[in-house]
Design a protein around this ligand. Structure first.
Ligand code: ADP
Length: 496
């Protein structure tokens, strides 16, 4: 029910692609159809009125000539001594013409008096209209009144044989004919066009429904296949290759799926590693406490020795948890965990070295710091301190007795570079690619012995990434290592 409602809503709001396609086809199919019908019908009416008016006008001109030839006007006004025809014949011709065209014909004399009216209503009356005056000047007019439904025509009765020059206007024929036949024809045409239009509308609606369904069918298919993945029937989307777009979406979706799977795998691996790392100190503590419990006569010294070991295992567990927490906090790449502010990098480095010199002294490792210039950069001070501490601590830890550690700081106008070099054990070539992985250690037992968690370099890489910098490593087993960290002086916020 909810599905139907939401489908209906998306159709109404035109959020559905299918609804949009349907509407576009509908508009493209029906609008031209309506335009064609309206244009044809209205053009027909105009053309039909024009044709009829000119046909009637021709006929009227012929009759006007007959009237002139028969001196009809003079006969009617009683001025014709030489009247040649018969008034009845001419009257009949005029009446017949009126009947043929279902209209009314009036003959107006030169004094604007109605000499003859086929309706017999206005004879003797005077008609002075603009059209009649114009016609007396020799211009025949036609006027269509679509509201009252008639065409009015004026035809000059011109005597070309008269003395004093051609074209003496003896009178005017004022004719009104009905437009009934034109309107009837236009109605028939309009009705036929309307029926045709309805047929086209039905066809277009059907076509739009079929076409819109057909066009979105690859998307519907893709949605079903993605749903099948979601429901767990498939582990990847079967590509919909009916069109390039869906093929690309299937491909992109499968890439995303493989990334998610890889992420899932690495998360599983990480959890397994974490459990293992956390269990190791626990197992040691268990062994230590069990052996104490198993020897009821253990001396105070023995107790002290075992308890010291247990305490150091607890410290180790603590270190692992602290490092893990630091890493997990940095996993949020949104930048919200960053506390960026301008900081003096020289000062931070010197502080770290001061803290670590005690350990270095214990191992007889000489730590030096070289700096060319004062460097101020926008960094998260706490995280940068963690980075420098891990690098320098490693350089001291994985060093020889009487070895050296050289830290140097330099900068250009864009970024600063911190180099940590040591004369220590170096890293074998096959380990270089794995060195930043969580819990990766070249020599597991040695690292454990010296209190390593295997998370230090993973943390370093994360800090560098958060600052949009880079970390490079060159190392040779037995000769030493060189870590070079480059970080921009100004922090670049992530594009959202
Ligand atoms: P750990 O806590 O074990 O030191 P790290 O992630 O800091 O973990 O380092 C991972 C491994 O990389 C270490 O166990 C060590 O084998 C190797 N390593 C790191 N830094 C150095 C170095 N400066 N010289 C030699 N080996 C190093």
């Amino acid at each position: 029910m909810n599905d139907i409602l939401s489908n209906l809503k998306s159709v109404i709001l035109l959020r559905s692609l299918r609804a949009r396609i349907f509407l576009i086809i509908l508009v493209l199919g029906i609008v031209p159809c309506i335009l064609v019908r309206v244009t044809i019908v209205s053009n027909y009416e105009a053309r039909a009125v024009e044709t009829r008016a000119s046909a009637v006008q021709n006929q009227l001109t012929i009759t006007a000539n007959h009237l002139v030839a028969n001196k009809y006007i003079s006969a009617l006004t009683g001025r014709a001594d030489d009247y040649t025809g018969s008034l009845d014949v001419m009257d009949a011709e005029i009446e017949m013409l009126g009947d043929i065209y279902e209209g009314r014909i009036m003959i107006i004399g030169s004094n604007f008096q109605v000499l003859k009216d086929t309706y017999g209503i206005s004879e003797g009356k005077t008609i002075i209209s603009e059209e009649v005056i114009k016609c007396f000047r020799g211009i025949s007019t036609s006027y269509y009144d679509s509201n009252l439904g008639y065409i009015e025509l004026t035809t000059p009765i011109a005597d070309t044989t008269a003395e004093g020059g051609a074209g003496v206007i003896r009178g005017v024929m004022l004719t009104s004919i009905s437009d009934d036949s034109i309107v009837k024809m236009a109605d028939v045409l309009g009705n036929n066009a309307f029926i045709l239009e309805m047929i086209i509308v039905v066809l277009v609606v059907t076509l739009a429904a079929i076409l819109s369904k057909f066009l979105v069918s690859p998307i519907a298919k893709l949605t079903n296949r993605i749903s099948a993945v979601k429901a767990g029937y498939h582990s990847y989307v079967q590509p919909v290759d009916e069109c390039t777009e869906t093929e690309h979406i299937s491909e992109a979706f499968n890439n995303l799926l493989s990334r998610i799977n890889a992420l899932d795998e690495s998360r599983g691996e990480f959890v397994a590693n974490v459990s293992h790392e956390l269990k190791t100190p626990m197992a040691s503590m268990k062994v230590l406490s069990d052996s104490l419990l198993a020897s009821p006569d253990a001396s105070v010294e023995e107790y002290r020795e075992f308890m010291t070991d247990i305490a150091s295992e607890i410290d180790r567990e603590n270190r692992i948890i602290t490092d893990l927490l630091a890493l997990v906090k940095m996993d949020d790449t949104s930048g919200q965990n960053l506390n960026i502010a301008p900081a003096d990098i020289n000062e931070i480095t010197e502080l770290v070295l001061k803290r670590l010199r005690a350990i270095a002294r214990k191992q007889n490792v000489d730590v030096t710091f070289e700096t060319v210039r004062q460097v101020v950069a926008e960094v998260d001070e706490v995280k940068l301190t963690l980075l420098i501490t891990n690098l320098v601590e490693n350089a001291i830890k994985y060093n020889h007795e009487n070895g050296w550690v050289r830290v140097s700081l330099d900068a250009d106008h864009q970024s600063f570079t911190l180099t940590v070099e040591d004369s220590g054990l170096g890293i074998p070539e096959e380990s270089l690619a794995h060195i930043y992985e969580r819990f990766y250690r070249v020599d597991k037992s040695h690292s454990r012995e010296i209190g390593g968690t295997g998370l230090g370099l993973a943390i370093c890489r994360k800090v560098v990434m958060m600052h949009h910098g880079k970390i490079d490593l060159t190392s040779k087993e037995g000769e030493g290592s060189r870590f070079v960290v480059t970080i921009p002086l100004s922090y670049i916020a992530d594009a959202k």
